[in-house]
Design a protein around this ligand. Structure first.
Ligand code: AMP
Length: 198
């Protein structure tokens, strides 16, 4: 199994080679083709499984770079994870010219985040509370979202973000694709999947 056989494009393969990845991890081998095909994906995945690349690489490839609308929203439980995902996505997008992502999380200057969003970006990676705040301030619009990633979904529920997730998911278009990654699959996760996923 190689990354080439998963259907990834040359700029993305070049970035993976730079990172020194040789073979796709099991979650990457299964999720990357499914995301490229436009399927919803639900995966039991812990940190260290390569889950960031599993959704990040195919979504980078699918992004419409001509449009300046936010197309992907990645929801994750903590500022640390948010920064880690953003750092990885930046490396994966090294040769995807014009691609822009913005990280938004609590405990940091919201005005600076609003200014970044105003410049236009393709992917927003954020914590649910701050994303809600930005929606309320009309700094973030979800009308053109095509892809939603719920990363460490069980942690987001544990941290009390269920209501925020409901509001955010309800604001995204029905025809989006959803990718759910969770280390455990408690009932709350099954409910989210049933309600929002195909
Ligand atoms: P993640 O589960 O996304 O937090 O990734 C865990 C770590 O594995 C990160 O440091 C990645 O850079 C690395 N990684 C992800 N995919 C691969 C791969 N296919 N081969 C080698 N390392 C990888």
């Amino acid at each position: 199994m190689s990354f080439t056989s998963l259907g990834l494009s040359a700029p993305i393969l070049a970035a993976i080679a730079n990172k020194g990845y040789e073979t796709p991890s099991p979650i990457q081998a299964q999720a990357i083709p499914a995301v490229l095909e436009g399927k919803d994906v639900m995966a039991a995945a812990q940190t260290g499984t390569g889950k960031t690349a599993a959704f990040g690489l195919p979504l980078l490839q699918k992004t419409d770079l001509e449009s300046k609308n936010v197309q992907t929203i990645v929801l994750c439980p903590t500022r640390e994870l948010c920064m880690q995902i953003t750092g990885d996505v930046e490396k994966y997008s090294k040769y995807v010219k014009g691609f822009k992502s913005v990280a938004v999380y609590g405990g940091a200057d919201i005005q600076a985040q609003i200014r970044s969003l105003k410049k236009g970006c393709h992917m927003v990676i954020g914590t649910p509370g701050r994303i809600m705040d930005l929606i309320r301030r009309k700094a973030l619009k979800l009308a053109n979202i095509k892809w939603v990633v719920l990363d460490e979904a069980d942690e987001m529920l544990n941290m009390g973000f269920k209501d925020d997730l409901d509001v955010i998911l309800a604001e995204t278009p029905d025809e989006k694709q959803t990718y759910l990654f969770s280390a455990t699959m408690p009932k709350g996760i099954a409910n989210i999947a049933k309600k929002y996923m195909e």
